[in-house]
Design a binder for this molecule. Structure first.
Ligand code: HEM
Length: 212
C-alpha cells in the first residue's frame, strides 16, 4: 500500500503541475499535451512513454486496491461472529474514511478518464473535441455541475492523501517518536494541501472566467 501510494502521490504532483499550464495559454497547454505523446520519439514510438507510464499506473492501481481489499477483509472478516460491543476508536474512523474515500476516488477516476482521455466527452455541448485539449478542458469547467464534481473529488483526495502519506511514513518506520509522528502528520497535510490546491486552481479560474 505504502509503495504504490507514494507512486500515486508523485503522479498527482506531476499531473497537477502539468494542469497549471492551463493558466499560461492555450498554446502552452496544447504543446504540453502534445509533448506527453511525443516524449522519447524516435527512440520510442509515438505515445510510447505515455503507455509505459499508463502500464506502471495500472499495475500499481491493481496492487493498491488488492492490498486495500485484503486489509479490509483482514480487519472485518477475521471474526466470523461480529463483536457484541464495538468501540468507536479514532483509527477505525480514519480507516473508514480511507476505504470510502478510496472507492469515491476510484469512481471519479473512471469518469475522469472517460471524460478527458478515453471518450473525450463534450459536457458543455459547445462542440469541443480531443483535437484541441485546451478547449475541451476549458469548455468543460465552464459547466458548474462538472466543477462541483471535481471540487468534491478533490476534498476526498485531500483526506485520502493526507492520511495516506502519513500512513506510508508510519509503515516505513519513520514515526517512532512523538515528534516524528506529529511531523509525519504535518507532511501528509502539506503534500495533500499542495496537490489539491494546485488541482483546484485551473477549474475554479475557468469557472469564474479568469481563464477563457
Ligand atoms: C482538478 C483536477 C484534475 C484535472 C483538471 C485533470 C485534468 C486531466 C486532463 C485534461 C487529462 C487529459 C490529458 C491529456 O490526455 O492530454 C487528464 C488525464 C488523466 N488524469 Fe487527470 N485531472 C485532474 C485530477 C486527477 C486526479 C485526482 C487523478 C488521479 C486520482 C487523475 C488522473 C488522471 C489520469 C490517470 C489521466 C490519464 C493520463 C493518460 O493516460 O493519458 N487526474 N487529467
Amino acid at each position: 500500500m505504502a509503495g504504490t501510494g507514494l507512486l500515486f502521490a508523485l503522479f498527482v504532483l506531476a499531473h497537477m503541475y502539468g494542469n497549471l499550464k492551463l493558466l499560461v495559454s492555450e498554446q502552452a497547454y496544447n504543446t504540453y499535451a502534445e509533448h506527453l505523446r511525443t516524449f522519447g520519439v524516435p527512440m520510442l514510438p509515438n505515445s510510447g512513454l505515455l503507455w509505459i507510464l499508463r502500464a506502471v499506473l495500472i499495475v500499481a492501481l491493481i496492487v493498491h486496491v488488492y492490498a486495500a481489499v485484503t486489509l479490509w477483509a483482514r480487519a472485518s472478516g477475521a471474526r466470523s461472529v461480529r463483536y457484541a460491543v464495538k468501540k468507536a476508536v479514532a483509527q477505525s474512523a480514519s480507516s473508514k474514511t480511507m476505504r470510502w474515500g478510496g472507492v469515491f476516488i476510484l469512481v471519479f477516476l473512471v469518469w475522469h478518464l472517460l471524460e478527458f482521455t478515453i471518450v473525450k466527452i463534450d459536457v458543455s455541448g459547445k462542440g469541443a473535441t480531443g483535437n484541441n485539449p485546451y478547449r475541451l478542458v476549458v469548455d468543460s469547467f465552464q459547466t458548474p455541475w462538472l466543477t462541483l464534481i471535481y471540487v468534491l473529488a478533490m476534498l476526498a483526495l485531500y483526506m485520502h492523501l493526507a492520511h495516506g502519506v502519513f500512513s506510508a511514513q508510519q509503515t516505513l518506520g519513520w514515526t517512532s517518536s512523538a515528534r516524528t509522528y506529529r511531523q509525519a502528520q504535518i507532511i501528509g497535510h502539506v503534500v495533500a494541501g499542495i496537490v489539491v490546491l494546485g488541482f483546484l486552481i485551473p477549474p475554479l479560474a475557468i469557472l469564474v472566467g479568469l481563464v477563457k
